[in-house]
Design a protein around this ligand. Structure first.
Ligand code: SAH
Length: 394
């Protein structure tokens, strides 16, 4: 499908403001209150500001009519709401919309809106590219560039609401948000956690914790950090029932193998409300992980874990050797899991005609030929943090 640049350009905000101003878009309530105290204002300004930004979609201080003129003038040289530029917008025949958002002069990330009968899900990105190199994922094949900052992640929600023409205060078309776009959110907790808080804050988007899901390939220390710091839904990209196969499909398994990962999931659900569960994502790859014995192994592996298994038919992308499991194989797999007492759903593939389906997001990374180790162009500190986690450096 053609990119509708002309449509997108009309929605583009004014040029980016200077970097020395403080950016308010990505601040959670605590950060925002601290900021207002720092500039000598009352902390309740934080909730007013969050409502304007996130519930009303306002980015111009002059429109914030319950702030005094003096405060608005005071803020202008100090702070701003950095609004993202939509470079392209694509519509799928099934109603799915994909946006490409520019985050700096060389990089862009994708966010996808999936409308359904009773809900609208926004799938957002947490990094430019991904360092995990899962063999069946298109994002993983293009290399890793850098972590997204708070504002760049929050910007996806803000821009999606704008593009859909709705103010969340009046109309909630985005009822669910999943961190299932480009990148590994749990290798960027510093920037994803505040955004998850903004999404769930009643003074911002007010989504319930059941409707905000962080999906991870299994960064165990960060799963424990979720348990300690953030009450949010969790999805695990499991994809294999044993270490040998998982090492191949999801290489971070070599660092956090199943005997380490699975107990962390029990810790996550422990002590929560009775319905607290983990979503287990399992991509269906023909003849690779979809055999009868894999299904039996999975039943044993998941044991008593309160979970729902989501089978995801593989979405192909250029130059991949994998193919999607047949419908028969998916049904057979599902039946075995159900016989084993598991709750199973099969994900309906959406937005395939615009490459917006799971694992097809590629965004625009400054130089796709460069792999992780060589690519140190942006934000070297954050990059090294991510790479150190992968190498096991504390
Ligand atoms: N890094 C995170 C989030 C991004 S991937 C994670 O691994 O969970 C979001 C989901 O899409 C994951 O379950 C991922 O394994 C799945 N996925 C990736 N590539 C896919 C593909 N080609 N087809 C189907 N699902 C895919």
């Amino acid at each position: 499908m053609e990119l509708t640049d002309d449509v997108a350009s009309k929605k583009n905000p004014p040029p980016i403001e200077p970097r020395n101003k403080v950016d308010l878009l990505g601040m959670d309530r605590e950060m925002m209150a601290a900021y207002f105290i720092e500039i000598g204002e009352k902390p309740f300004r934080a909730t007013q500001m969050m409502k304007w930004i996130h519930q009303m979609g306002v980015s111009d201080f002059d429109e914030m009519t319950n702030l005094s003129k003096a405060l608005r003038e005071k803020l202008k040289p100090l702070a701003y709401i950095r609004t993202p530029k939509i470079i392209a917008e694509q519509y799928s025949e099934d109603g799915t919309i994909k946006w490409l958002l520019e985050v700096d002069q060389k990089n862009a990330v994708e966010a996808v809106f999936i409308p359904e009968k009773n809900r609208g899900t926004l799938c957002i990105s947490s990094q430019v590219g991904c360092a995990l190199e899962c063999s069946f994922c298109s994002t993983g094949q293009q290399g890793f560039n850098r972590n997204l900052e708070n504002w760049e992640i929050a910007a996806q929600m803000w821009a999606a609401n704008k593009a859909l023409g709705c103010k969340p205060k009046e109309e909630r078309r985005i009822s669910n948000v999943v961190f299932m776009g480009m990148g590994e959110p749990l290798l960027n907790v510093k920037h994803t956690f505040p955004v998850a808080r903004i999404l769930m804050d009643d003074f911002a988007y007010g989504l319930s914790k059941r409707r905000v899901t962080i999906s991870t390939a299994g960064v165990v220390p960060a799963i424990d950090k979720i348990k300690a710091e953030l009450d949010v839904s969790l999805a695990i990209s499991l994809h294999a029932p044993n270490n040998a196969l998982r090492d191949e499909l999801v290489p971070i398994n070599k660092k956090y193998p199943l005997e380490v990962l699975i107990p962390s999931l029990y810790r996550y659900v422990e002590g929560g409300h009775s319905k607290k569960h983990v979503t287990i994502e399992y991509v269906m790859l023909d003849q690779v992980n979809d055999r009868v014995e894999h299904a039996h192994e999975l039943v044993v592996l998941l044991g008593e874990l309160p979970c729902k298994v989501n089978l995801i038919p593989f979405n192909p992308f250029p130059n991949t050797d994998y193919t999607r499991s047949s419908n028969n194989a998916i049904h057979r797999f599902r039946a075995i899991l159900e016989e084993g007492g598991l709750n199973v759903t099969v994900r309906k593939t959406r937005g395939e005609d615009i490459d917006a389906a799971c694992g097809q997001l590629a965004g625009k990374v400054s130089d796709r030929t460069k792999r992780t180790v060589h690519h140190v162009e942006f934000d070297a500190t954050a990059r090294h943090d991510v790479l150190n986690v992968l190498k096991g450096v504390p």
